[in-house]
Unconditional design. Structure first.
Length: 167
């Protein structure tokens, strides 16, 4: 079955939340307590907030589908003119049942193209230090680590890497 990538619409919000939850649980189940993951999903993937985020003029959210199933999504933001990177990759998740099928690469390529079209010359992202799969993916795609920081994840302190790539 072919992969279709399209611009998200507000009605995609519940499917985005479903993919994010499955991906977070698969990636972090041995690193972050499940109740913290559930709290983060409830906060960061609130359906009403996602609907508003999908409609932002300074952002692009893409949906990856196989048939009528949403299997991944990504969102990039054009940063403020004062931001060093010029753009941010805010979200990129693929349902764990579909990892290693090239879906994340396809979404990332399209989002990077969109950012270039808007004049961004670099993009930054943040990823938990303990997410080995994501860190390996981003490194293979040319994102170098430029900073480390501690982040509060719903009451639990975790290490976060900031990565950057020139576009």
């Amino acid at each position: 079955m072919t992969l279709d990538v399209r611009v998200a619409v507000p009605d995609d919000a519940p499917a985005v939340r479903r993919v994010a939850r499955a991906s977070w649980l698969a990636a972090y189940d041995d690193v972050v307590a499940e109740e913290r993951i559930e709290a983060a999903i409830a906060d960061w993937y609130d359906v009403a907030d996602l609907r508003a985020s999908i409609g932002r003029a300074d952002a692009r959210m893409l949906i990856a589908e196989r048939g009528d199933e949403v299997v991944g999504f990504g969102q990039a933001l054009v940063a403020e003119p004062t931001d060093e990177a010029g753009a941010e990759l805010a979200r990129l998740y693929v349902h764990p049942d579909r990892w290693n099928e090239g879906i994340g690469s396809t979404l990332l390529d399209r989002l990077e193209d969109w950012l270039r079209e808007r004049g961004a010359d670099a993009v930054r992202l943040a990823v938990l230090a303990d997410n080995d799969a994501a860190n390996a993916f981003y490194e293979s795609r040319g994102y170098r680590r430029v900073d480390s920081r501690e982040m509060d994840l719903k009451g639990e302190t975790v290490d976060d890497y900031v990565r950057e790539k020139g576009l």
